[in-house]
Ligand binder design. Structure first.
Ligand SMILES: [Zn+2]
Ligand SMILES: [Zn+2]
Length: 420
C-alpha cells in the first residue's frame, strides 16, 4: 500500500539499542530531502487535513518538544508518523510506557545535550548502516556503552562544543562541521555500570519488545505495601517513597530507580508483577540495617569536651594533613554542629587552617608541574600510547592529581589537534 511518507524502518527494533524518536524523525526528514523543521511543518500540514474528527491536531511547535517522554504533542506526533509511514509501534522509541506511573516530567530524566558512543558510530559507518542515535543515549542514567565498555561522549573532539540540537549534519559537528568521531586512543574505558543502568536498559528492551505496553500505575506502591507488611524486613530503613495522600500521586523515574536499588530488586519486575517481586526478597537473607551511631550509649562528658577542645587546638597549631571538622569530631559522641555551637572561635580557626593547608598543597602541585617540559616528545609519546597513559604516568611521576596534569597539557593537546 502506498503511504504518504517513506516507510522508513526504525533501527534497533525490539532490542535495547532501539533508536530514539528524534533520531528517527531526523532520518525521515533527510530521506525526504528536507530539514527537520521543514519536515515537521509538512507532517503537521498533512495530518491536520487527513486526521479523523476526534483526533488532536499537530502543532508546528512539536519540533521543539522533547521526544523522549509522552504527552499530547508527542502522542499526536507518533500517531501522525504511524499513519503517514505505515510503520506501527513507534511509541517504543520513547518512554511512553511510563505514562501512568510518572508525571509528564519524565522529560527531566532525558538529556538536552546529545551523547554518543564513538565506537558504535564508527561501526555504523563502516558497515554502511544508517547512522542513528539510540534511545539509551538520550537518558541521564546511561553514561557508557555497554557493548564497547567506553564512556559516552558529548562534545565535538575538534571544537569541544556540545551538540544541543540534532541538526541534519549529524554525525558531523553542528558548529565546525568536522566528524564527531574521536580518535580511538581518546576513548575513555568505562567497565563498571552506573547506578540504575541495568534497570533502565532492561526497561528499554522490554518496551522495544512490547510496543504500546503501559506500566501499571500502582505497581510500585503495591510492592512497597507488601514489603512493609513483611515482618522479616522490620529492620529495613523506613524511607517514604510515595506521598501518602487520599489520591495516589505520580512519582519520578529517578525515585523508582532508587527505590529498586534500595531493595535490590529489578525495577522491571516491580513494575510488571509487584507480588512476585515482593516474594523474591524474603528468600534472600535479611541484612541488618547498618549502625551509623557508633557511640550509642556514650555521653559527651565534661572531660571529653575538654579533650576535644585541646585536640582541636592541637590540630590548628600543628596539623599538617587536611581534616574536616566532621572527621575531627568522629572519635567523640557529638556532632559537628554541636561543636560549632560550643567552640565557635576554634571552629573558625580550623576552617582557616584548612584553607591555608589546601592553598599550600595546590601551590606545591603547581610548582612541581612547572618543571615539566611541554615539548614535542610528549606529543609523540601520546600518539604512541594515548594521552590518558601519558597523563597518568606524569601524575604518578610528579605526585600531582590527574586533573592538574590534564590542565597543564591542554595547551599541547589543542596544538596537536590543529596540526592535523
Ligand atoms: Zn558502543
Ligand atoms: Zn565541532
Amino acid at each position: 500500500m502506498a503511504t504518504q511518507f517513506f516507510p522508513l524502518i526504525p533501527q534497533g527494533l525490539g532490542t535495547e539499542d532501539i533508536e530514539a524518536l528524534d533520531s528517527y524523525v531526523l532520518r525521515l526528514a533527510t530521506e525526504h530531502g528536507v530539514s527537520e523543521c521543514q519536515f515537521h511543518r509538512l507532517l503537521a500540514w498533512w495530518w491536520n487535513h487527513a486526521k479523523a474528527d476526534g483526533q488532536h491536531s499537530l502543532g508546528r511547535h512539536v519540533t521543539y518538544v522533547s521526544k523522549i517522554g509522552y504527552g499530547k504533542d508527542v502522542d499526536t506526533l507518533v500517531q501522525a508518523l504511524e499513519s503517514g509511514t505505515g510503520i506501527l509501534g513507534l511509541s517504543s522509541l520513547t518512554l511512553a510506557a511510563f505514562r501512568d506511573v510518572c508525571g509528564v516530567h519524565v522529560g527531566s530524566f532525558g538529556r538536552s545535550v546529545h551523547y554518543w558512543c564513538p565506537a558504535c558510530l564508527r561501526e555504523q559507518m563502516q558497515q554502511g548502516l544508517p547512522i542513528y542515535e539510540k534511545l539509551a543515549w538520550r537518558l541521564k542514567a546511561i553514561s557508557r556503552c555497554t557493548t564497547h565498555q567506553i564512556a559516552l561522549e558529548s562534545s565535538c573532539p575538534w571544537c569541544k562544543r556540545n551538540q544541543l540540537r540534532h541538526v541534519d549534519t549529524w554525525p558531523q559537528c553542528s558548529d565546525c562541521g568536522k566528524s564527531l568521531l574521536s580518535r580511538e586512543h581518546l576513548w575513555r574505558p568505562a567497565l563498571h555500570p552506573s547506578d540504575g543502568e541495568t534497570d533502565v536498559l532492561e526497561i528499554i528492551k522490554y518496551c522495544a519488545d512490547h510496543p504500546g505496553a503501559v506500566f501499571d500505575r500502582d505497581a510500585a506502591r503495591k510492592f512497597w505495601k507488601l514489603m512493609r507488611e513483611d515482618k522479616v524486613l522490620g529492620c529495613h530503613p523506613g524511607y517514604e517513597y510515595f506521598h501518602q495522600r487520599p489520591d495516589p500521586t505520580r512519582t519520578l523515574i529517578s525515585v523508582l530507580l532508587r527505590f529498586a536499588r534500595e531493595f535490590n530488586i529489578p525495577l522491571l519486575s516491580i513494575l510488571l508483577n509487584p507480588k512476585q517481586a515482593a516474594a523474591i526478597r524474603p528468600l534472600l537473607p535479611s541484612e541488618p540495617a547498618p549502625d551509623r551511631r557508633v557511640h550509642r550509649n556514650k555521653r559527651m562528658t565534661v572531660s571529653l569536651r575538654k579533650e576535644l577542645e585541646s585536640a582541636l587546638k592541637r590540630y590548628v597549631e600543628t596539623g599538617s594533613a587536611c581534616k574536616s571538622l566532621k572527621k575531627l569530631c568522629e572519635p567523640y559522641p557529638c556532632t559537628a554542629s554541636a561543636v560549632r555551637c560550643w567552640f565557635p572561635n576554634l571552629v573558625r580557626a580550623v576552617a582557616d587552617h584548612n584553607r591555608e593547608l589546601r592553598r599550600s598543597i595546590s601551590e606545591k602541585h603547581k610548582q612541581s608541574l612547572e618543571q615539566l617540559n611541554l615539548d614535542l616528545g610528549l606529543v609523540l609519546k601520546a600518539d604512541e600510547v594515548g594521552w590518558h597513559r601519558v597523563e597518568s604516568d606524569l601524575s604518578a611521576q610528579y605526585h600531582v592529581p590527574l586533573h592538574r596534569v590534564r590542565k597543564r597539557l591542554s595547551v599541547l593537546k589543542k596544538g596537536a589537534g590543529s596540526l592535523e
